[in-house]
Write a protein that binds this ligand. Structure first.
Ligand code: ADP
Ligand code: ZN
Length: 709
């Protein structure tokens, strides 16, 4: 029976990865042991590897059932670009294409076959499955099987025939979302036999979690985008109209953006999605309709222009960032108005109680003065013992001030207006506005009129939100959101109960500081980003030519590693994570060329790039330049270049040192070496040879002798 070490070599050979991520190894071992498995892993956790690797290790073919037809093509392209024989069948293809894929399967030319549930359920496909050596059945997006899940697909409930028809073939069911009920459902419906259940942590430490007050949103967004030019991101808005408005405003600032919402034609939507996946349009302003079934690994940031309805949605949406595991930014704006709007939506829904409770949890998260990740994970049933250090609260714990008087002003305003005002009117009263409606109602005669003039309109919104969250008043929905003071609010007003509030200016300032920090970058980083840009451009060109999304060529992580290590040889390139044998063969030399070009250009501009000095010398050497010429080009001494030669030679590069050290010189140095017994310092040998042999020859001779031993 194959073991994990053969799985590891498949991982390196085909995918170019050095090691398994948490749980992948265990899961694969269990599949190789022919057990049934249920795998729960967050988006981007690396589920696919769990069935793709066993499919390659075991003889035969793996059938992958997936409801996301749009994704199949990308997944299969990704596999093929790694030199893996994969194909898909679904109703979007012509009969001819389907037939030829079936032929390939029957002739043993495929290792992985993706299929839609509809197709899988056909009698015809059943015959094919009976006639190929099945090694594994993978059920992707397995939560679709459960009516409890959020994405129920009736076809999935008919998959129980798999176990009874193919009792010998292990099944692996995978999903990113499944509560306990859904889990049980999956196991039962698929009739899994004593399945192993793997639950990976839902933590995504590479996502930074930030919540800012909904103030100056556009300015902050603009700065964030400008600090990460060309990086892909999604901005989720509450309404269709605001997606269009926002994308228009961004375009006016010279940013390549597009909008996306459910009211667009399928054609338009597909176009926008495709442009995003292919890195043609980096910024998408969208309603939550966008993102389902997008398998793009290099989404670098996700912004919620408005607060989401619940934590599930929020987590799923931010989860679209950073699937490649690289640091990615998430940012949620929240405001009093959004909360009101969302509460209004919920009002008409059937499950009002549940929805309101969920909204409240979301609000609690946005308002929290404690580590956000801990709140998020505890919501999903995972307790963390330590703060994360990668959320805005951890980075900048808020300080509170005594907000008792401020709160009293607001509460008194509500009561004096006989609890007949909503938040907008309340703020107008507090700020002493001269609006017609206010004057008509005589609110300018109230004692609290103008009592909160010193606080700006938007700041009042933020403070009211904090007060609402602390339960001092609540909106009455049956009366169109008029504010009612609660008992706890009365305690503040009449019994002097103390109230802590977080300063709005401080939150805003923190937001600014975080943005500023992103601006001042160390030199090394600037160089790396420049190289990244040129590799990215190369990737984009190649992707266009091959008609695949850019990450199918190499993902961001792989490009980053290239920028860090600057591989210029086959060996170095194959050491980069994500560069498997096939990818090396197809693209390796192109990327090496680009890196070499970059290093040379930097050298010509007189700029030193760390970790590149030997590489540069070697490149010029290969061009046929002499040591003196290289020295001049590089503004170094010839002696230094010779010592580079020696180093390169010792490290196995193809440098002909003998050319610089005549045989008889070599012989005398060898003798000197024996007598002085010195193999590190050059001076004793130099002296022994009566200062007749130059240092650089001694240096190179020592390398030759060292290697020949
Ligand atoms: P999921 O299906 O769970 O959302 P994927 O299978 O698409 O996640 O994997 C997410 C990303 O992580 C992909 O780019 C994948 O190539 C990468 N990945 C998976 N396993 C590893 C690993 N062991 N080492 C490095 N990268 C990995
Ligand atoms: Zn934290």
């Amino acid at each position: 029976m194959p073991d994990l070490s053969s799985a590891e070599s498949v991982l390196k050979q085909y995918f170019g990865y050095d090691s398994f991520r948490p749980l992948q190894g265990e899961i694969i071992q269990s599949v190789l042991d022919k057990k049934d498995n249920l795998v729960l892993m967050p988006t981007g956790g690396g589920k696919s590897i769990c069935f793709q690797v066993p499919a390659l290790v075991l003889p035969g073919i793996c059938v992958v059932v997936s409801p996301l037809i749009a994704l199949m093509k990308d997944q299969v392209e990704s596999l093929r670009s790694n030199g893996i024989e994969a194909a898909y069948i679904n109703s979007s293809q012509s009969n001819d294409v389907q037939l030829s894929v079936e032929q390939q399967a029957l002739q043993g030319e495929l290792k992985l076959l993706y299929v839609s549930p509809e197709k899988l359920l056909s009698q015809h496909f059943f015959t094919i499955m009976k006639n190929v050596p099945l090694n594994l059945i993978a059920i992707d997006e397995a939560h679709c099987i459960s009516a409890w899940g959020h994405d129920f697909r009736p076809e999935y409930t008919k998959l129980n025939f798999l176990k009874s028809s193919f009792p010998e073939v292990p099944i692996i069911a995978l999903t990113a979302t499944a509560d306990k009920t859904t889990r049980k459902d999956i196991v039962q419906q698929l009739q899994l036999k004593a399945p192993e259940i793997f639950v990976a942590s839902f933590d995504r430490p590479n996502l930074s979690l930030n919540v800012y007050p909904g103030k100056d949103r556009f300015k902050i967004i603009l700065r964030l985008i400008q600090s990460k030019p060309n990086s892909s991101g999604i901005i989720y808005c509450l309404s269709r109209k605001s997606t269009e408005e926002l994308s228009r405003k961004l375009k006016a600032e010279g940013i390549s953006a597009a909008h996306y919402h459910a009211a667009m034609s399928p054609d338009q939507r597909a176009k926008v999605q495709e442009a995003f996946i292919r890195d043609d349009i980096p910024v998408i302003c969208a309603t939550i309709a966008f993102g389902m079934g997008i398998d793009k690994s290099n989404v670098r940031w996700v912004i919620h222009y408005n607060m989401p309805k619940n934590m599930e949605g929020y987590y799923q949406e931010i989860g679209r960032a950073g699937r490649d595991g690289l640091p990615s930014n998430t940012l949620l704006f929240y405001s009093f108005r959004d909360v009101m709007v969302l509460q209004g939506f919920v009002e008409d829904s059937e499950q009002k109680e549940v929805q309101l409770a969920k909204l409240q949890r979301m609000q609690h998260y946005a308002e929290a003065p404690t580590c956000r990740r801990r709140i998020l994970l505890s919501y999903f049933g995972e307790q963390q013992d330590e703060d994360c250090g990668n959320c805005d609260v951890c980075k900048n714990p808020p300080t509170v001030f005594d907000g008792t008087v401020l709160t009293q002003k607001a509460l008194s305003g509500i009561l004096r207006a006989k609890e007949q005002v909503g938040s907008t009117m309340l703020i107008d009263i507090l700020r002493g506005s001269g609006k017609r409606e206010l004057l008509d109602k005589g609110y300018h005669n109230l004692k609290t009129y103008g009592a909160g003039r010193d606080v700006s309109w938007v700041d009042w919104q933020q403070y009211l939100l904090q007060m609402l969250n602390q339960g001092f008043f609540e909106p009455d929905y049956e009366e169109g959101g008029l504010l009612k003071v609660t008992d706890s609010g009365r305690q503040v007003l009449f019994e002097g109960k103390k109230v802590d509030l977080v300063k709005v200016e401080e939150i805003a300032k923190r937001a600014e500081e975080i943005q500023q920090k992103a601006k001042s970058k160390p030199k090394k980083q600037i160089v790396r980003e420049e190289l990244f840009e040129s590799l990215r451009t190369l990737r984009l060109d190649l992707a266009k030519k091959a008609d695949v999304p850019p990450y199918v060529i190499f993902n961001d992580n792989t490009l980053n590693e290239m920028c860090l290590h600057k591989p210029t040889t086959e060996e170095e390139m194959k050491d980069i994570s994500g560069v498997g044998a096939r990818k090396y063969q197809l693209y390796g030399h192109l990327f090496i060329d680009a890196i070499v070009r970059f290093l040379k250009k930097k050298n010509e501009e007189g700029e030193k790039v760390s970790g590149s000095t030997y590489k540069l010398t070697y490149e010029y050497y290969k061009e046929g330049l002499s040591a003196e010429e290289i020295a001049e080009k590089r503004n170094l001494s010839p002696t230094t270049i010779y010592s580079h030669f020696a180093n390169l030679y010792e490290n196995g590069q193809d440098i002909d040192l003998h050319r610089y050290v005549p045989q008889d010189t070599l012989n005398s140095i060898e003798k000197a070496l024996e007598i002085t017994g010195e193999s590190k310092q050059l001076k004793p040998i130099y002296d022994y040879l009566k200062e007749e042999v130059p240092y650089h020859q001694i240096r190179m001779a020592l390398s030759i002798l060292k290697k020949s031993q």
